[in-house]
Every structure is written in C-alpha cells, then in structure tokens.
Design a protein. Structure first.
Length: 193
C-alpha cells in the first residue's frame, strides 16, 4: 500500500501507534557504537567487534561475545551504553516513508509512541529528528514487578481507553507484531515495512 492509499483506511477516529527503533528511526548502528564504547570503558580494553547490520546488538549478543563478563560488568556496560547513545545520534536515520505518514496525520489524528525503548533514549532520538511535538502520548519500556515484559500495545490501549479497532500500528519486530495482534490490533504495518 502506498502512502496516498492510506487515506482510505484512516478516519478521524484512527489512532496511530508508532514503534521507534527500527520502525520510525533506524537506531541499530548508533546502538552498536554505544555498546562498543561502553564495553571499552568498562573493560578498559579495545573492543574488537564488527557491526552486523542483520542483527541488532543487544544484551544477548553482548553475553555471547563476552561470556567472561561478570553480572556487575554487564550492568555497568548497559548503564554506560545508555549514557553514550547521545554521542551517536548522528548515526540514526529517519525512515522517510513512515515519517511522511507521521507528519501528514499528526495534524488530524492522535499519534502515540509505543516503544520498548527507555524513556531518555527515546526522547533524545525524537528530539534529534525534531519529532517530539508530533506525538500526543508516549509509552516507554515497562516491566511488571516480576520483571515480566508488558505488552506495550495492550498497555497503551488500556491506558488511553481506546478500541483496538481504531488503531493502526507501525512495528518492525515479529514478536511485537504478535503482541499487537494479541492486543486486538488488526491493522498493522499498512506500508509493509
């Protein structure tokens, strides 16, 4: 479906949910560089790892590449990675097609950020790309007391008191797309990310 064809499915009641990382903004390289710098800072050594554009660098990859890190070191790396992220904002890239849709409908519809990204990093990314004022509400990474991940889509729907049938969601991760469907959202990625 092309952007111009979306007018047929967007009404005044439509609420638009946007994921951040990998959907609205490609943050993978900045994320990788942040981790690399954090590993070097915590381990006090050069970090000889290469960027893989096919796989997002995350905690699981970190543990696999550096199996001898202690839990304290892992926690320190993750904390430092969050601090260093702003050093690499210039390495993030806006998804022009999704952004065009966001800009067009932010004038007439409710626009919601629904992300598993931490609050500070999400807001820094949005500010860098001058997107913050396009959103009516923000839903950031949340976990239950038992550290169980919360379905971000269901959380946003319940918090806003809206029907999932009014929602169009933009999401790039299969697991999150499954969560959107569990939350009752039927219209996901009309631009076929």
């Amino acid at each position: 479906m092309k952007l111009k064809d979306l007018d047929a499915i967007v009404s005044d009641d439509t609420v638009l949910f946007f994921d951040l990382d990998g959907t609205l903004v490609d943050t993978d390289y900045a994320n990788f560089l942040s981790y690399k710098k954090a590993v070097e800072f915590v381990t006090k050594s050069d970090c000889n790892i290469d960027y893989n554009s096919d796989k997002r660098f995350n905690r699981t990859v970190l543990k696999t590449l550096f199996p001898n890190l202690t839990e304290t070191e892992l926690s320190a790396i993750i904390n430092e990675k969050e601090k260093y992220y702003s050093d690499f904002l210039q390495e993030t890239k806006l998804n022009a097609e999704i952004a065009k849709f966001l800009f067009q409908y932010s004038i007439t519809n409710k626009i919601i950020l629904v992300t598993n990204c931490r609050r500070d990093r999400a807001l820094a990314t949005l500010a860098y790309h001058k997107l913050t004022d396009k959103f009516n509400y923000f839903f950031f990474r949340q976990f239950r007391e038992n550290n169980e991940k919360i379905n971000k889509f269901q959380n946003a729907i319940l918090s806003l008191g809206i029907s999932p049938k009014w929602v169009i969601a933009f999401e790039n991760e299969e697991e999150e797309i499954a969560d959107a469907k569990k939350a009752g959202i039927q219209n996901i990625n009309p631009l076929n990310l």
